[in-house]
Write a protein of this length. Structure first.
Lengths: 113, 113
DNA sequence: GCCGGGTACCTTGCTACGCAAGATACCCGG
DNA sequence: CCGGGTATCTTGCGTAGCAAGGTACCCGGC
């Protein structure tokens, strides 16, 4: 019943998900903007990935949203972390380190005790 | 046509795949054994993940296989890297570094210039 | 006036992955 | 002869990522 094992299991899946949470940690962000950041980092290919992801986060109560006017263009939906989202992000930070080190270890050929 | 971009795109998907390649780099391995290593590293949950993965690798010409007797139990199918598999692993090592740093950067809140 | 392109939202349909569960079979010891 | 460890592989489910398409706002150029 290692509570972190589930997180690790989802890690391969949910890296992107938690990157989004991290990006919204300190300020409200909107999707189009997030896509640009994630694309610049090479982590995402298209909007078709991010919008459904944000819907899931909202459905699961990890983010809240508000509509705001845009200075130029249609209104934007801004995303902010809920306490639950914050907790999830914190758990991810722990799991990510373990995951990263496992992959480093294996890929660098230091496995096989 | 950045040839590495495709690898990065598949990275979220294929971490496990390339971990398997890395594990077979220096010696022939069999699936049951690989599952144990990967499970110990927290990277995989069950055999149902690894066997189809190995089939894919074989189908795509990244590994070769041979059957060998087991000292105790049914015969084992051993996997070894092909030159193509070796190249794929090498490409992954590059991509993994970039990916890892992107995630680190975002998760540690150093994004948003 | 309208038309194209940037901004911004979201959905649909496809492919494929990870996993739990189950099937099969070898070998050994009790 | 039967259960458990070793070892292979398959089936079926849920769901993620992506390309592509759809809608609509706003602005500047023609």
């Amino acid at each position: 019943m290692d509570s972190s094992s589930n997180v690790v299991a989802q890690l391969r899946r949910g890296v992107l998900e938690h990157c989004v949470l991290a990006l919204t940690e300190h300020e409200a962000r909107y999707a189009y903007d997030l896509v640009n950041d994630l694309a610049a980092a090479g982590l995402v290919a298209s909007e078709g990935t991010v919008y459904p992801l944000l819907s899931r986060l909202r459905r699961d109560g990890l983010v809240d949203t508000v509509w705001r006017e845009s200075p130029s263009g249609p209104p934007r939906r801004y995303y902010t972390l809920t306490p639950q989202g914050r907790a999830s992000l914190e758990a991810f930070r722990q799991s990510w380190r373990g995951f990263r080190e496992s992959v480093d270890h294996i890929v660098d050929g230091k496995a096989r005790s």
